[in-house]
Design a protein around this ligand. Structure first.
Ligand code: ADE
Ligand code: ZN
Length: 348
């Protein structure tokens, strides 16, 4: 039963949203690369950029759809070359995550973006792994990695990438599926996801961001995913909504991303409140915060500013969903959930 936090005044929301222990479950670490760091790494590695300045690069961040963003995102990631570059990128993200009250982060990374340029898998995973460990020792953040396959490439290439990463099997907890969604249905990756399941890896996939609701069903049925990344187009299929609610399949929703990539015209028209109302396990995430105008806390606060039907009960529910949907050990999840409940109980 939902506790009665409805007496908590809305004016307390900014403080409660910040102080709530939260999990971030949908963050592409390459999407946290700020223009300043892109320029610094480009200079360090002798990479020529087609932009004269940080301001000129930032000014180019105006997107019409997913593909227009991905073109810039892959260009930005091309400055990453050494293990230390990946470490620096990870640490810059964790510093912001700590300030936002993140207690758990599950970082997506795109190895194919780097290995195709000759960057060794060891540098990619090694640097990100060190960042996750330092997040724990420096800020008490629990962090793990999820290796994503690029869906615009072939399944054979995904399989080769998996094999290349297996020497570091203990350094990532799962696999995901990202990049251009339309025209690349989940079924295309059924074999590689089956192999990942046999290896005991967690499985998630982007579906229903730009692609149809059928891609969400496809990811559940053909890839056996445990969470759906985005999933906001599920409302086009009422039976699917009922299924997601009954199974409590988590959706990792990214509000600011959805507006920047024109999935919704504005935050006020976002369907997240309807999804919550329908009983779905919705979570809030930042996706590619350096490109979409905000890290995790900004996604929460912008959403609550834009949608008056969201109040303290929903703030508690969204934070709770994020912790429950995480792949962290059960005892950690239970501890954070108790902290969250205590915070709201003391505010009521
Ligand atoms: N890669 C980075 N961000 C992404 C997104 N929002 N959708 C698909 N692929 C991505
Ligand atoms: Zn994403």
């Amino acid at each position: 039963m939902t506790p009665d936090f409805s007496r908590i005044p809305r004016s307390r929301l900014p403080e409660l949203l910040q102080r709530s222990p939260k999990a971030e479950l949908h963050i592409h670490i390459e999407g946290s690369l700020e223009p300043e760091l892109i320029f610094e790494l480009a200079q360090r590695n002798g990479v020529a950029l087609p932009y004269a300045s940080v301001a000129a690069l930032r000014a180019a961040y105006s997107f019409t759809d997913l593909q227009s963003f991905l073109d810039l995102y892959y260009a930005g990631a091309s400055v990453l070359q050494t293990e230390d570059d990946f470490l620096a990128m990870g640490m810059a993200y964790f510093e912001r995550a700590a300030a936002d009250g993140v207690v758990r982060a599950e970082l997506f990374f795109d190895p194919q973006t780097h290995t195709v340029r000759g960057v060794p898998m060891a540098a990619v995973i090694g640097g990100l792994r060190r960042a996750c460990q330092q997040a724990g020792s420096r800020w008490g953040i629990s962090a793990d990695l999820i290796l994503c396959f690029l869906r615009h490439l072939s399944e054979d290439e995904a399989m080769q990438t998996l094999e290349q990463a297996l020497p570091w099997r203990d350094h990532f907890i799962g696999v995901g599926l990202d990049s251009s969604e339309r025209g690349h249905p989940p079924e295309k990756f059924a074999r590689v996801f089956a192999r990942c399941g046999a290896l005991g890896l967690h499985r998630v996939a982007h579906a229903g961001e730009e692609g149809p609701a059928a891609y969400i069903s496809g990811a559940l049925d053909r890839l056996q995913v445990e969470r759906i990344d985005h999933g906001v187009r599920c409302t086009e299929d009422p039976e699917l909504v009922a299924r997601l609610a009954a199974q409590r399949t988590p959706l990792t929703v990214c509000p600011l991303s959805n507006v920047k990539l024109r999935v919704f015209p504005s935050l006020a028209q976002h369907n997240i409140a309807d999804l919550l109302q329908a009983g779905l396990c919705v979570t809030v995430n930042s996706d590619d915060p350096a490109y979409f105008g905000g890290y995790l806390l900004q996604n929460y606060t912008a959403l609550f500013d834009a949608l008056p039907q969201l109040g303290p009960v929903q703030a508690w529910q969204l934070a709770r969903n994020s912790l429950e949907a995480s792949f962290a050990p059960l005892e950690d999840r239970q501890r954070w959930l108790r902290q969250l409940d205590d915070l709201f109980a003391s505010a009521a």
